[in-house]
Design a protein around this ligand. Structure first.
Ligand SMILES: Cc1ncc(COP(=O)(O)O)c(C=O)c1O
Length: 391
């Protein structure tokens, strides 16, 4: 079957809820992908910040295969060794007092769990969220997603208990958090919103306000988590510790897993029956995530992300300097954005022809979130293509 036939089959049988490129990949290795026609690509998207170890990592493949042969699923009616092991591994990478995990299947589900936990724990019902944010597509996470483009057509939203503030507005957040606020949910870097980092002052103000006013600070680490910004978690760039974090994407290196992580005291709020999911934390995905964390620690991929990404950002700034169509190059670690207005989509098209997969967020920012193992030559290739495109 070729890509054209896959497109026909997809058009016939699948919901048409994604705008897909007419490319179908057959296999991958490291940061490289090959399509059904045998064309090779360099992947700077990593499944939208998912494939942190790249494609076809032999250790991850082995762990998944061996676990699949042993035991794939049993449900949470029983003890799951791989889940307990993973929770211990997660506790080793989060700062105290965080350290308790609840596993689910996606980022939206992790945020759902985090929001429910905050409401039950505080006995309050209002949530503060930010304009331009993205927290998922389930009914509740859509309600706290601050972009009309995602909410349109689904009104009235199920949750009307959301107070929106402008991202990075210290003044607005000060008046938004009240005695009725259960939680503030915030991304360290608004990923889908155009790769916009939170300021130090904003994050620290939210932390202080939540502590003073008895609300919980939920940091959505779905996109920023697992080394993406050069720290294990994005919030670590701000010297604060939230009450709850949500995690997904890179945690499983490609298998679907999400997590709600909180302090033991907050975790106690969920008693048997409060929350749960059939698949959440099954042996297969937990074995995979455990292997991901092990490899990331051993190979120092978080430090690598900081180092490689820091240098790359400077190079991108130098390649784009003097080109007025490039408004900004920003980000940290291997989560970099090149703001270039309408040219962003044009560059995406140009890059694709060159066999380079990049993604555009918020319609104007080229997002670079490659595997954390990306090679020097692949970075240089992107720099060269960007330079050629702008010339
Ligand atoms: C910050 C953030 N939160 C939540 C989500 C939703 O995650 P999922 O698509 O796994 O439900 C995303 C997805 O892009 C995200 O970037």
């Amino acid at each position: 079957m070729n890509s054209k036939q896959v497109a026909e089959l997809s058009g016939y049988y699948l919901f048409q809820n994604y705008g897909r490129e007419p490319i179908c990949f057959s296999h991958g290795e490291k940061e490289y992908l090959w399509d059904l026609e045998g064309k090779k690509y360099i992947d700077y998207v990593a499944g939208i910040a998912v494939n942190c170890l790249g494609h076809g990592n032999p250790e991850l493949v082995k762990a998944i295969s061996e676990q699949a042969a042993r035991l794939i699923h049993v449900s949470n009616l029983y003890l799951v060794k791989e889940q307990a092991d993973l929770a211990e591994a997660v506790a080793s990478i989060v700062p105290a007092p965080l350290g308790k995990s609840l596993f689910c299947n996606s980022g939206a589900e992790a945020n759902e769990g985090a929001l429910k936990l905050a409401v039950k724990h505080t006995g309050r019902s209002r949530i503060v969220s930010c304009h331009n944010s993205f927290h998922g597509r389930t009914s509740v996470t859509l309600s706290v997603t601050g972009r009309e483009v995602y909410q349109k057509g689904f009104e009235p939203l199920l949750s009307k208990n959301v107070d929106f503030v402008h991202f990075n507005s210290v003044e607005e957040i000060k008046s938004a958090v009240t005695k009725d606020t259960a939680a503030v949910i915030v991304e360290p870097v608004q990923g889908e919103g155009g790769l916009v980092p939170a300021t130090d002052e904003y994050f620290r103000t939210i932390r202080d306000l939540c502590t003073d006013r008895g609300a919980l600070m939920i940091v959505d680490e779905v996109q920023t988590g697992m080394g993406r910004t050069g720290k294990w978690f994005g919030f670590q760039n701000y010297g604060i510790v939230p009450d709850i974090i949500s995690l997904a994407k890179a945690l499983g290196g490609g298998v679907p897993i999400g997590a709600v992580i909180s302090t033991p005291e907050i975790a106690k709020t969920f008693t048997p029956g409060s929350h749960g999911t059939t698949f959440g934390g099954n042996p297969l995905v937990c074995a995979a995530a455990n292997t991901v964390i092990g490899i990331m620690k051993r190979d120092k991929l978080v430090e690598r992300s900081a180092e490689v990404g820091g240098k790359w950002k400077l190079e991108l700034r130098s390649v784009t300097s003097g080109h007025h169509e490039v408004a900004d190059v920003r980000g940290s670690g291997l989560m970099l954005g090149i703001e270039m207005g309408d040219m962003a989509k044009e560059f995406q098209k140009y890059a694709l022809k060159e066999g380079l997969l990049v993604n555009v967020c918020a319609g104007r920012v080229v997002r670079l979130v490659p595997p954390l193992i990306i090679s020097r030559s692949s970075i240089e290739r992107l720099n060269q293509a960007l330079g050629d495109f702008l010339r």
